[in-house]
Every structure is written in C-alpha cells, then in structure tokens.
Design a protein around this ligand. Structure first.
Ligand SMILES: Nc1ncnc2c1ncn2[C@@H]1O[C@H](COP(=O)(O)OP(=O)(O)O)[C@@H](O)[C@H]1O
Ligand SMILES: Cc1cn([C@H]2C[C@H](O)[C@@H](COP(=O)(O)OP(=O)(O)O)O2)c(=O)[nH]c1=O
Length: 215
C-alpha cells in the first residue's frame, strides 16, 4: 500500500524530561500504522553537520559563549530546514520534530538572558518553514528534572547530571516561562499539561493531531 501523503510540520517541545522523546516515538508509531509517511527528526542534530554541532553543544567540555551557543543552534536549524524539513515536506512527508525554535526562545533568550531581537533577526534567515503545529508539554520543573535524571540513571549516564546541577533550578524555571511566552506570541502553538501518565498524555496529543490532520 502506498503511504498517505500529508505534508505537515509538527513540533513537540518542552523542558528536559517533560516526555517529548517518549511522545514523539508513540506518535510516529501511531501515524505510521494509519498509513502516513512519517519522518521523525530532532534539534539539535537532525543532519550530518548538525550531529557535529550537537556534540559540541551538549558536551560540558567546552565553555561556549552564550551568543556562540545561540549561533550554533541557529546554524543547526538552517541546515535542518534546508536538508531535511523542506525536502521532506515537499515529498509529502509528515515531519515530527523533537524541539525547534521554541527551545531557543526558552533556553537562550529567557534562561540565558540573550537579546530577543538578535534571535528575531536570525529566525528570518534560518526558519523558512514554520511549524503547522507546536505542542509544548508543560509541567513543574522539579518533576521534569526528576524524570530527566531518572532517564540518565537508566541509561547509565549519571556523569551527564552535571548539566542540570550547573544550570540550577532557577534556570529551568525561566526555560518554562520562555515556552509559555512563546505559546502566547507565536502561531499554531498548543500547551498541554505534562504532569500525568504517558498514556493519558498521548491520548490528548493524539486527539489534537487527529483534529489538525483531519484524520
Ligand atoms: N508522562 C510521564 N510520566 C512519567 N515518566 C515519564 C513520562 N513521560 C516520560 N517519562 C519518563 O521520563 C524520562 C524522560 O522522558 P523523555 O521522553 O526522554 O523526555 P524528554 O525527551 O522530554 O527529555 C524517561 O525515563 C521516560 O520513560
Ligand atoms: C533546540 C535547542 C536545544 N537546546 C538544549 C536543550 C537541551 O538541554 C539540549 C539537548 O536537547 P535534547 O536532546 O532534546 O535533550 P533532552 O532529551 O534532555 O530534552 O539542547 C537549547 O538550549 N536551545 C535550542 O535551541
């Protein structure tokens, strides 16, 4: 059977540990099963160049200037849009993207305190296709970080815990605030409550996506 063509750009975003990766995978499986051609991707790191940028960005070995970090996330996005997202949409794929520019507003602008106008300038040169829908999974920072730490333990990556300790809880509170700001200032954004179990969260995401995709 030929896959159904539904060119659609969907983003799932939110603070570390909110459950994005889990929900992206569930959604991919569900939409694949009903015959859509799904491309699951992520930022940073959705391209060959982006993988190198991601390794630099998430490593704690480099002491990167905050504005350099902002430029690297933007470079990753430019590559991702040109090489993956736009060609994927042009060939009729439904794109599910784990994080997008909403994360840059939340982390670099709100939490790191960089100039909003700088990102507003950069987005004009890096975002050629805006998401048809961004779902932001919102929940108290303490719960999200507990989940993120649990995942690191499950994956035996406890030495990566440093990121959360280095940034501190107030940083993540600002990240949360940044996502809520983004939801009020950009189009096609839906905020959902992430403080519940995986299945009931997925049920709501599925119903939002079904409605948007007219399924
Ligand atoms: N709704 C949920 N309730 C409890 N635990 C969850 C929920 N969603 C995900 N988890 C668990 O929390 C951890 C982080 O989830 P993950 O999907 O990797 O988050 P993210 O990609 O947003 O950082 C994983 O161990 C995952 O199994
Ligand atoms: C896309 C993006 C990610 N990030 C950060 C958030 C994450 O801490 C980190 C890696 O993202 P990710 O792999 O999604 O982390 P997690 O699974 O823990 O949620 O990149 C930014 O700071 N700005 C951005 O624009």
């Amino acid at each position: 059977m030929q896959p159904i063509k539904k060119s659609f750009f969907l983003v799932i975003d939110g603070i570390d540990g909110c459950g994005k990766t889990t929900q992206c995978k569930l959604l991919k499986e569900y939409l694949n099963n009903i015959g859509l051609n799904i491309l699951l991707t992520k930022e940073p790191g959705g391209t060959k160049t982006g993988t190198i940028l991601r390794n630099i960005l998430i490593s704690t070995d480099y002491d990167i200037e905050p504005n350099t970090e902002l430029l690297l996330y933007s470079a990753d996005r430019l590559e991702h849009q040109k090489k993956i997202i736009i060609p994927g949409l042009n060939s009729g794929k439904t794109i599910i993207c784990d994080r997008f520019i909403s994360s840059t507003y939340a982390y670099q602008i709100f939490a790191r305190g960089l100039e909003k106008s700088f990102l507003q300038y950069l987005e004009q040169h890096t975002v050629f296709k805006w998401p048809d829908l961004t779902i932001i999974i919102d929940l108290p920072v303490e719960i999200a970080l507990e989940r993120a730490l649990k995942r690191l333990k499950d994956q035996n990556c406890e030495n990566s815990e440093g990121k959360f300790e280095k940034n501190g809880i107030d940083f993540y509170k600002k990240v949360r605030e940044g996502f809520l700001w983004y939801s009020k200032n950009y189009k096609n954004v839906k905020v959902i409550n992430g403080d519940r179990d995986i299945d009931s969260l997925f049920k709501e995401i599925k119903s939002i996506v079904n409605e948007k995709l007219c399924l």
